[in-house]
Every structure is written in structure tokens, then in C-alpha cells.
Design a protein around this ligand. Structure first.
Ligand SMILES: *Cc1c(COP(=O)(O)O)cnc(C)c1O
Length: 474
């Protein structure tokens, strides 16, 4: 009989245990190191990184993991204050390993019974927290981008008198969304065939949230030019500045006009778990669909997003391949356990484990602590910026996202823009801190998102000092 020695080796569980312990030790050391005086980043330009891996001589798993860690950005470093990706709680990260080994695909119930039921428990928790009644449901997706597409597809499906799923787009369709919304909303709309004219960007007010009067004007204009409005999208919060749209006012307008309200709460939807901050989401329960990433403000690794529907029938119907009349609503809803009917994805990760383990181990209070600490430190940092002569705040932050810039009275606006751009580039190449940048009304700002619960006031202070030092050398 022919031998297949490689296969035998690859599936050997003793090797798994040996490698597993090895990798776990290395990752533990990585976590431990981040609490010392080490740099957050190890930036190289893309081409030199590529040539490193092109000519990489693989020796063994241990060396590979070491090289991988050394060539990666370190989110667990308290001086990582950049993008809105969570700093995973280590226990939650272990669930990615569990999902990887068990690999229950979940498209049909039989391919993931536990994960399917656990996902439903999570959806119920979120629906409850939002203030939805028992008529709501939802699904978990791999990320907010896909979740926004899912919500908007459900909105389109709910348009009266059409079966676009079957017949394609015949009418002129549009969505309204703030000009500060995350680009995934625009992308979803374009995937749906809406094009330039179908994505109506509503101007923002001075706090960078959707201007309500402008929204009403845009809506009227859009209808007047013969479009059907699929949905108005509220950002909770926006990406660049962390500004929450006024969901209460948008929601009331949507109800009066029979328009679907979709809320992109990828980052800030998690505030439903915080008594102190949930007022930012006032009106959220009016939304027809909501998305919340747990890999942003809820301490799980990527990717893990909940999509919630106020009316469960919308969640069930979105991806029905057959004409609606053939699908008894009842029959669909009874099949809550066949997740594949309700998601774009076929095989998916056991997404739910990452959130579930935190919920069950620490209780839902942990999510409140995380929001309160990180949003609170955003507030503290903004006070530090305001009190410092060399810095200026772009706007009062509502969250853990703070935009600010270095200023110098002797420089023109143009020179200040150049200077702040250079500061950010030098910070990047210096590696100690990792922060990002954004442009608001033609002004160049530095931008931090405080994602790491181990980041303290002291780190934020050191960041400002470092920026001053850099600015002096430019
Ligand atoms: C991050 C983000 C998204 C995209 O979510 P992914 O999980 O990265 O795909 C969408 N909207 C907002 C407001 C976000 O912050």
C-alpha cells in the first residue's frame, strides 16, 4: 500500500501539543514584554518587508513565530494608540484557536450545533440591550463591512412592490449617509449597484455628525429626482472623529417617512453596555437594522460582528433565493438554526466563541468597564491637549477617538499641515508610539484611538512630549 508520510505527520496530535505549548509560551512572552519599555511598532517600508519574506529561510515553527512577532505591530503595547482594532483579551484570543481546530462551519445547523445556539444567545443579549422586543433577531458576520452590506440588503429587500432579488434593480435607488461615514457603507451601496448618484452624502454639522436639516433637504431632493430611498444610515459613531449621529431625530424622520433606518455602530454601538455612555445611542431602538463589531470596543479579536434586525422577518428574507411567496415566513423563522439562510457567508468561523467566553467568564460588566475606561481616557487626553500651549483639539471627543494637532503661532495653516504630516511620519518610523492621522475640512490632524485598557494617562502625556521633541527637530 502506498504510504503518505506527510499527511501522517501533519495530523499527529503529539506534534500539535508540542507546537501548541511552544507557541503559547512565545505569545505569553510577547504579552509580558509589551508591559516593559518596548516599542509598539517595527515599521519597515513595504518593499523591504516583502524582500524579507521573499528570501525567508524557514527553519522551524518556533523561529517563524518569533520572526512573525518581531515583524508585526504590537497592539498589546500601551503605546499602540492608532486604529480602531481591539486589543484582544487573551482568553478571547484563545477561542480563535478553538474555532480553528474544531472548524465547525455553521452554514447548516448540523455543521455547528453548539456555535449556532451560542450565536443565538448572543444575538438575544444584544437585542435585549438595544431595547428591541422579542420580535427581533440577527446574525453574526465576519466583520462590519459585510454586516453593513447585510443590513442594507435587508433594507432593499423590504422595499414595497419589488423583488429586486429576483428581477434586479429597475428603479433609481439611493441611500442617505453622512459624509463622515465609514467607507464600507459607500462600498456596500456600490456593490448593490447604486453608483455615484445612489450614495447621497449628507453634510455634517460642526461636531461632524449628520446635519439633520441637511438630511431633510437631501431626502426631499432625492425623492424629487425620482429615487426611492432604501435607507438612511446613522453612524454611531463615525470613524474619523468618533461622532455619534443624532439617532433619535433621524429615527423619527425615518418613521414619519416610512424609511428604513440602518445604524452603523461598528465602533460605538458597544456603548449600549455602558450606563454612563449609552445616552449617545438614544433612539437606537428605532433602527430597523444595527451592526456592532465586537472586535472594536468589545475586546475580542477579529472578526466578530453582530447584525440585528428589529423585525426578524427582514433578517430571514434577505437572502432567500426563491420568490418570497414560495417561502412561508413561518417556515423560514422556524429555521433560525440554519444560519446559512441568513448570511452572505457560507462556511464561517465559530465567531460567537470570542464574545461568549468573555461574557460568561467576567459577566457583561466587563464590556461596560472597557467602554468607560477607554472613553474616559479619551476625555482626559482631550483635557491634556487643551491645556497644552503647543496643541489644539479638532473637536470635543465623545469617545476614545481624539483628533488634535501640533500648533505654532509663527506658522501658516499650510505650514502647519505640512508639519503635522511630518510629525506623524516620524512617529511612525520612530516606532515607539503608533498613532494615525486624518484630514478634516482641509486641516491635517493627528488622531489617536485609545484601544488598550493598559494605556494610561502617563503614556498619553509621554506621547505629547514626544511630539514636541519631534516638532522641534523639523
Ligand atoms: C471599522 C468600521 C467598519 C468596518 O468594519 P470591519 O469590521 O473593519 O469590516 C464600519 N463602520 C465603522 C463605523 C467602523 O468603525
Amino acid at each position: 500500500m502506498k504510504e503518505y508520510p506527510l499527511l501522517k505527520q501533519a495530523y499527529n496530535f503529539e506534534d500539535f501539543q508540542k507546537n501548541g505549548h511552544q507557541i503559547l509560551d512565545q505569545l505569553t512572552e510577547y504579552l509580558q514584554n509589551q508591559q516593559g519599555d518596548v516599542k509598539a511598532n517595527n515599521w519597515k517600508n513595504p518593499n523591504s518587508e516583502l524582500s524579507f519574506w521573499h528570501s525567508y529561510e524557514f527553519s522551524n515553527v518556533e523561529n517563524f513565530i518569533e520572526d512573525l512577532i518581531n515583524h508585526s505591530i504590537h497592539l498589546h503595547n500601551p503605546k499602540y494608540i492608532g486604529h480602531q482594532v481591539s486589543v484582544p483579551a487573551p482568553l478571547s484570543a484563545l477561542m480563535n484557536l478553538v474555532s480553528g481546530v474544531l472548524n465547525n462551519g455553521m452554514a447548516v445547523y448540523e455543521m455547528g450545533p453548539a456555535a449556532t445556539a451560542i450565536e443565538k444567545c448572543i444575538i438575544e443579549l444584544f437585542c435585549n440591550q438595544v431595547g428591541y422586543d422579542s420580535n427581533a433577531n440577527g446574525v453574526m458576520t465576519s466583520g462590519g463591512t459585510l454586516a453593513n452590506l447585510t443590513g442594507l440588503l435587508a433594507a432593499r429587500r423590504s422595499l414595497k412592490g419589488q423583488d429586486i432579488w429576483k428581477n434586479g434593480n429597475k428603479d433609481k435607488l439611493a441611500i442617505l449617509v453622512s459624509s463622515q461615514a465609514h467607507y464600507s457603507v459607500d462600498r456596500a451601496a456600490r456593490v448593490m449597484g447604486l453608483g455615484d448618484d445612489g450614495v447621497v452624502l449628507v453634510p455634517v454639522n460642526s461636531g461632524f455628525s449628520m446635519d439633520i436639516e441637511e438630511m431633510k433637504r437631501c431626502y426631499a431632493e432625492t425623492i424629487d429626482s425620482g429615487f426611492k430611498v432604501i435607507a438612511i444610515v446613522g453612524s454611531a459613531c463615525s470613524t474619523a472623529t468618533g461622532s455619534y449621529d443624532d439617532l433619535e431625530q433621524i429615527g423619527q424622520f425615518c418613521q414619519q417617512n416610512g424609511v428604513w433606518l440602518h445604524v452603523d455602530g461598528a465602533h460605538g454601538g458597544a456603548a449600549i453596555f455602558s450606563n454612563q455612555h449609552k445616552n449617545l445611542l438614544k433612539g437606537l431602538e428605532m433602527a430597523d437594522s444595527i451592526i456592532i463589531d465586537t472586535h472594536k470596543m468589545m475586546m475580542t479579536p477579529a472578526l466578530s460582528t453582530v447584525v440585528l434586525f428589529k423585525d426578524k422577518r427582514h433578517g430571514s428574507r434577505t437572502f432567500t433565493q426563491k420568490a418570497q411567496y414560495l417561502f412561508e415566513d413561518q417556515a423560514l423563522e422556524e429555521q433560525w438554526y440554519n444560519g446559512g439562510l441568513r448570511t452572505f457567508e457560507c462556511t464561517k468561523f465559530m465567531i460567537c466563541l470570542k464574545f461568549y467566553i468573555l461574557w460568561k467568564t467576567y459577566g457583561i460588566k466587563i464590556f461596560e468597564e472597557n467602554i468607560d475606561y477607554l472613553y474616559g481616557l479619551g476625555q482626559t487626553f482631550s483635557e491634556m491637549v487643551k491645556q497644552h500651549n503647543s496643541f489644539q483639539l479638532a473637536l470635543e471627543p465623545q469617545t476614545n477617538i481624539v483628533c488634535f494637532r501640533y500648533i505654532d503661532d509663527d506658522l501658516t495653516e499650510d505650514q502647519l499641515n505640512q508639519l503635522n504630516k511630518k510629525i506623524r511620519q516620524q512617529l511612525l518610523e520612530d516606532n515607539e508610539f503608533y498613532i494615525v492621522q486624518t484630514v478634516l475640512n482641509d486641516t491635517h490632524y493627528l488622531r489617536v484611538t485609545i484601544m488598550n485598557p493598559l494605556t494610561t494617562e502617563k503614556h498619553m502625556n509621554n506621547l505629547l512630549e514626544k511630539i514636541c521633541q519631534i516638532a522641534e527637530t523639523i
